[in-house]
Design a protein around this ligand. Sequence first.
Ligand code: UDP
Length: 238
Amino acid sequence: MDNKKRILVKFSGEALAGANGFGIDSSILKFIAGEIKNLASSGVEIGIVIGGGNIVRGVSAAAGGIIKRTSGDHMGMLATVINAIAMREALESVGMDVRVQSAIKMEAICETFIIGRAKRHLEKGRIVIFAAGTGNPFFTTDTAATLRAIEIESDMIVKATKVDGVYDKDPNKFEDAKLLNRLSYEDALKDDIKVMDDTAIALAKDNALPIVVCNMFKTGNLLKIANNDLSTCSVVKN
Ligand code: UDP
């Protein structure tokens, strides 16, 4: 029986792009690898999902009318594999044991997603990066991350962002904006909040999966969550 805490960390592809807004910034890759390593040092088991928005998003690719939405989404899913490989390299460079599992079979590059195999890796202390989203068009990587979190029986999904969490009003416009520490799934679905897309939130709600929104660019924030200090983030649960 494996009683360790298990966490699925989701961050967007844009997070990897840095100031360029496109591609992969190696200094950011290095920073995130350091934060994940710290998190792992607390003994938690870690799954990771990275988006692909720093390379291509299906909707934008299809906007010109030449590329079909389904093809654009295939491109988007492949973008997440590119990010997963980069993250694997960064994590291995700081001494972590990592496996990439893709929802779409690409055996020369990485493993294919198999729930039981992913869990075994986690139990052995390996970090598992889940790539290629759900393997289906018309979904987002937030939904893919929520799905994987439920499949691997994660205790929570951590949506790592550039902001501290969810505010009662726009913190960029209002100085007195307050961080909401605790929200319901219904709150999270509201238009002005939208922690994740509706499909992802509905999936989390149906399976009582807590969603923790935090700022991953503040050193030590991920580790705080593992140590049950949720004071500087927002938690969505029943
Ligand atoms: N995508 C998809 N199915 C999935 C997950 C992702 O088709 O299950 C595609 C979709 O085109 C999406 C792109 O991959 O726009 C990149 O994912 P996302 O936009 O979620 O990345 P993020 O915004 O987190 O960087």
